[in-house]
Write a protein that binds this ligand. Structure first.
Ligand SMILES: [Fe+2]
Length: 487
């Protein structure tokens, strides 16, 4: 392995006892390129070709107030596979806020848990006082990487091979784009939404395969809302209006306090992708962070996602003093997310719901070729009770109800494991799952590659990374064809 280190960035973060600034969540400030990665176990498959990209929150500067892990600065990690070899690199996104804080040599904005008055500069995003850290998700569209921020940031583009930041995508509207735009591999389109504190509060847009904004339309809702993710089918985008959002009275005093609004249902907008009339459906109240997939089935639109049984969990009593509430909101076992199916009947306007698995899980991936189309397999993560740390994966067969799991082992924490299709493969699960693992036992990190058809067998290979990386979440697989601009 050869490692090339970049010049150091300015970092001012000081040691603390914060549970999300230590252990597997210790921020990484080093940026490197590494070739000819060392294989720890097995052999790198020669039948995958592309890059695994992961966005990660890595706090650089000493926080002005109470740090929340979603405040961390966006860093993209990449492992590239070709001809049975693998290389790695990582870079901070050079956002406006990153550059401003490098110049100021310290934090200029408070975070999610802080009062707005803490910000030393005008803020960004739907919240209005935050730093746009561009640290939530990452996709590849029109041959370029796109990093996003959950509070509706500018959407930063980067070269998916070199990880050099290019800048905000030119088509991003004034209200930004939310964390989870969707790439429809069948059409090459990018579907996105945003939310804001100004009426009509929600918008949906489509960027064509040619990288041009194709449509942008309001999806009016009664007030400011906080949807995190969207889904799509061949003909519809599905935008949600869940009953958990900012308290409107407190918002008038610029206090951003999220609560469940009793008596309100969950609402779903089916927005025709070709511009037709929006149809709304209602369902049992809940909050959903992430959807797995959606598709059309005769008179019904099927939506699969992770239903939270307790969206407002009580503070964790086992958390370090002062962190009980924050840690509960980051813990799947506290908000109890379970794989769930909503069926929207286009004929009579009703919704039917059913649970697909009783286990606690979230952060699901599918074979991207089946996005928005009938599909069979979902690959979710399971987590350590009390913590935002992924301990393994579960594969659900949504046709037979069968399930398989793989546990990473004690002290080993993974990230979302997107599906990398095998070259020449045609079956839905003919490919691999790729994840980064941070190992607290050894203080190292590695990449694990699982056979998607048999995840229970464990990794087909484990590849050493050149440094220990911070635990992270959202990831994306881009095959070589997707990496060609305009593909
Ligand atoms: Fe997310």
């Amino acid at each position: 392995m050869t490692i090339h280190r970049m010049p150091p960035i300015v970092a001012t973060l000081e040691p603390s006892n914060h549970p999300y600034l230590n252990g597997a969540w210790t921020p990484l400030h080093e940026e490197v390129d590494a070739d000819e990665l060392q294989v720890i176990e097995g052999a790198i498959p020669s039948d995958i070709d592309g890059v695994y990209l992961r966005n990660t929150e890595n706090q650089i500067h000493q926080p002005l107030g109470r740090f929340h892990p979603f405040d961390g600065d966006g860093m993209i990690h990449q492992i590239a596979f070709q001809n049975g070899k693998a290389s790695y690199r990582n870079r901070f996104l050079r956002t406006r806020c990153f550059e401003a804080e490098q110049e100021a040599r310290g934090s200029l904005w408070g975070g999610l848990a802080d009062p707005v008055a803490l910000a030393k500069r005008p803020g960004f995003c739907a919240h209005g006082s935050l730093k746009d850290s561009s640290s939530t998700d990452v996709v590849v569209h029109a041959g370029l990487g796109l990093s996003t921020f959950y509070q509706c940031g500018e959407g930063y583009r980067f070269d998916p091979l070199t990880l050099d930041t290019i800048g905000p995508a030119p088509w991003v509207p004034i209200d930004g784009i939310s964390a989870h735009p969707k790439v429809d591999e069948a059409t090459g389109e990018l579907l996105f939404f945003n939310y804001s504190k100004q009426a009509p509060y929600l918008h949906f847009g489509i960027v064509g395969a040619d990288d041009k904004l194709k449509s942008y339309r309001p999806v009016p809702v009664p007030g400011p809302r906080l949807p995190h993710d969207m889904a799509f089918t061949e003909h519809y985008a599905i935008i949600n209006d869940m009953p958990m959002f900012w308290d409107e009275e407190l918002l008038k005093r610029d206090i951003h306090a999220v609560r469940m609004h009793d008596g309100l249902p969950s609402r779903f907008a089916l927005v025709p992708r070709d511009g037709g009339e929006i149809r709304w459906f209602e369902a049992a109240p809940t909050y959903v962070l992430h959807w797995l997939n959606a598709y059309e089935d005769g008179d019904e639109v099927i939506l699969d996602g992770y239903f939270q049984e307790q969206p407002m969990p009580p503070p964790r009593t086992d958390a370090p003093k002062g962190f009980g509430s924050m840690m509960a909101y980051l813990d799947e076992h506290s908000f109890r997310s379970r794989l769930h199916r909503w069926r929207f009947n286009l004929v009579d306007g009703t919704t039917r719901e059913e649970r697909l698995d009783e286990a606690i899980m979230e952060f699901g991936m599918i074979n991207g070729r089946f996005g928005g189309r009938p599909y069979r397999y979902g690959y979710s993560t399971v987590s350590e009770p009390g913590w935002f740390l992924f301990t393994g994966f579960v594969k659900n067969d949504l046709v037979t109800g069968e399930r398989w799991t793989y546990d990473l082992g004690p002290g080993r924490y993974g990230s979302e494991a997107p599906f990398a299709p095998r070259i020449g493969g045609t079956a839905e699960d003919d490919g691999y799952l790729v994840s980064f693992v941070t190992d607290e036992n050894t203080g190292t990190s590695e990449c694990v590659v699982l056979d998607a058809a048999r995840i229970q067998d464990g990794p087909v290979c484990r590849i050493a990374l050149p440094h220990k990386i911070c635990s992270g979440t959202h990831a994306y697989w881009a095959g070589r064809a997707q990496l060609a601009r305009g593909a």
